[in-house]
Design a binder for this molecule. Structure first.
Ligand code: COA
Length: 188
């Protein structure tokens, strides 16, 4: 992918338009700020406590783009003519490989922006982009996993038409409780 991918999400009556674009080093300060939230840390796979952690995390996203197997987008409140809107969240397409029928999606929303549909709206844009970009490469379905007690995430899955598929057994220590697997197919 030569030019950076930028996805646009229209405003609603209750929420501003969104811009999704690859993470940049300039996002580190905002990332560290939103990562202080215990509600986010509870579900994050790696803690971002300071600028060094934030830079490492952004570098990992950039390496994913370069390798073509993980595509992390910063979700920003749109500011026409600028890539510098307020950080609202993250969506990611991961586990992508040539000829592989399944990939996985993930997301989080900054605490200040929760409850306004940021995650489902950004996920819809990511989902459409993923199928548009990788269907010719064999992508048939996107998987969304969450722990059973993450009800907000289950709501996002349902609103985004990721149908419930099955219960995943707990896998401590990372996943002490059972999980849900939701799936959206390219034909849906
Ligand atoms: C799960 C999460 C991404 C939802 O993002 P969001 O942008 O707030 O999504 P929505 O606005 O659609 O809200 C989803 C649900 O969150 C709950 N919610 C609403 N307002 C909320 C608030 N202020 N704070 C927390 N949760 C709220 C509601 O149950 C809502 O569902 P409903 O609209 O059907 O009532 C967000 O809560 C989050 O980042 N949680 C921590 C990280 C995480 O769990 N990531 C997913 C791991 S699988």
């Amino acid at each position: 992918m030569n030019a950076p991918v930028v996805l646009q999400v229209a405003a609603t009556s209750a929420a501003p338009a969104l811009v999704l674009r690859p993470w940049r080093m300039a996002d580190v300060a905002a990332l560290v700020e939103v990562s202080r939230d215990p509600g986010l840390r509870q579900w994050a796979s790696s803690a971002v406590d300071n600028d060094a952690d934030g830079a490492r995390w952004v570098r990992a996203q950039q390496q994913g783009w370069a390798a073509g197997d993980r595509f992390g987008f910063a979700v920003l409140a749109a500011q026409p003519g600028s890539g510098r809107g307020q950080l609202m969240g993250n969506v990611v397409l991961k586990e992508v490989a040539h000829g592989k029928p399944a990939a996985e999606v993930g997301y989080w929303t900054a605490a200040h922006a929760r409850g306004t549909g940021v995650a489902p709206r950004a996920l819809e844009a990511l989902t459409n982009w993923a199928f548009d970009t990788f269907e010719a490469d064999g992508l048939e379905r996107l998987e969304l996993l969450h722990q059973v007690d993450n009800l907000a995430s289950c709501q996002v899955a349902q609103k985004s038409r990721y149908d419930f598929d099955s219960v995943l057994p707990a896998a401590p220590p990372s996943f002490p409780l059972d999980g849900h697997l939701h799936i959206r197919r390219s034909s849906a």
